[in-house]
Design a protein around this ligand. Sequence first.
Ligand code: C2E
Ligand code: MG
Ligand code: MG
Length: 532
Amino acid sequence: MNDADTRAYWWPYLAILLATVVLGAVFYDLDAFEALHEFTRQHEDWELDELIPLALASIFGLIAALIVRSGQLRAQINRRKRLEAEANALARHDALTGLPNRRFFGERAKAMVSEAVKSGGKVAMFAIDLDRFKPINDIYGHAAGDHVLQIVADRITAELPAGALASRMGGDEFAVFLEIDDDPHRVERIARRITGRIGEPMEIDSRSFSVTASIGIAIYPSDGNEVHQLHTRADIAMYAAKSAGRDSFAYFEPSLGEKHRKRYELERELAGAIAEGQIVPYLQPVFDLKSGAMKGFEILSRWNHPTRGVLLPEEFIPLAEDSGQIVTLSDCVLRQACEAVAGWVPPLSYSFNISPLQFREPRLVERIVEILEQTGMRSGSLEVEITETVFIDDAERAKSIINELRANGISVALDDFGKGYSSLSLLSQLDIDKLKIDSSFIAGCSLGGRNEKIVNSVIQLGLSLGLETTAEGVDSTEDASWLAERGCALAQGFHYSEPMPVLSALNFFERNAGKIAAGEPVAVETVSGSKT
Ligand code: C2E
Ligand code: MG
Ligand code: MG
């Protein structure tokens, strides 16, 4: 209880005591009791001796009522104070994680910078953002998402040194402010510990989740003197960490500002580009290695950018993934491709790449099937290409999606095999139709060396598991013949044809329709400039 409370509690008692003393003194001074005695004696018929105890009892009752009332007032004051304190804490803290919120963080960070200005010390600001958190909410629900955020908040706090300040800035964004000394590696060690700790698996409702985080670091005084400037720069560094592959950290550098601006502009442009149909499918033919017959096409996205020319997927697919636009982009490209090729006779096989992020999309298979139905494309003509990453995210879910795709007549290929984990135990558990050997092993495989051995054993592995193999990136006759001799079934690459716009592919198809239908070798004609 503070001084004001104590005063509020005691004043009624004090007032009563004072009044009693003053009244007593006055009575004493005026011989009041004797006067009263004389008065009652003279008026015995009034029965004052009975009225006086009644009056005294009333006075005691009044005193008791005053005491009770003052107690009630005291309780009311305390309750109001407690509610005020709670409201204050709520206004300063994030309700979900209990961490200081953005406003409170700003106030305290400002104070830390002022301290550093006085002492000549240094302060580091971390901008921490979870990588691809949104799909967790979408698939597993907001309760699971909230739980993940609480665990992440606890993990960040657990890795911070005393005196450091952590905050939830909103959504899946956190921030840390900490004093640093002259040890140049300390900040780095803390950032590494935080990403490492966040990345550890977490168990929620007997499901295992894993999330990673990217951290951007800005330092006072070298990167700015104001909290908001440090925040902006830490954010820019955080985007650089994301671009460099996520699950890591990056320091702010002035050159990052320009890169960030460009990326931000491109991200904004991308939404418009999808809506305006600037993202289009290109088609790269796939050939039977033995007969030379054409078997189908791989659908590859290109951005017909109004000022920068034709952009490759590496420039916009990661951007679409990070900004939550991959599902819309993918639907749009698949729809255009299906509309274009659905009527081509004879029907071939068309393969389409699906980002691992799309495996977290609740309606993935439903959407694909819907597009096939709406465009009149046979489901047996579509093959979906996935990468091993989908099994690291959530193997059970990936398996059930594969089964669902196949149940709908869509075949499944494992793309870029050899580049990732290439787990044999995984292969034995999966119901897939094809292995695509990554192009990094194919170039010069016929010349001997390690690539020859690797490619040879992947082909044999495919044969023994009853899976067709496709060699990607075949760019010489020697490699093509060598692959055919080893039993590799299919090939695509610049040796045959670069990816081409839909119209060029249609021309090529129409010129060769007879041979394609008869399964005869198709003469290769490289369409120039279609690489980009
Ligand atoms: P990918 O699925 O492995 O596609 C094969 C890539 O190899 C294509 O690159 C193709 O142009 C390139 N390529 C083909 N033949 C040769 C060759 O002889 N030599 C060399 N060096 N490269 C060759 P592209 O079109 O740049 O696509 C790159 C990656 O982007 C694709 O790799 C795929 O993973 C992804 N991608 C493309 N379109 C989409 C899409 O619509 N959605 C998603 N999620 N990913 C896509
Ligand atoms: Mg592919
Ligand atoms: Mg590939």
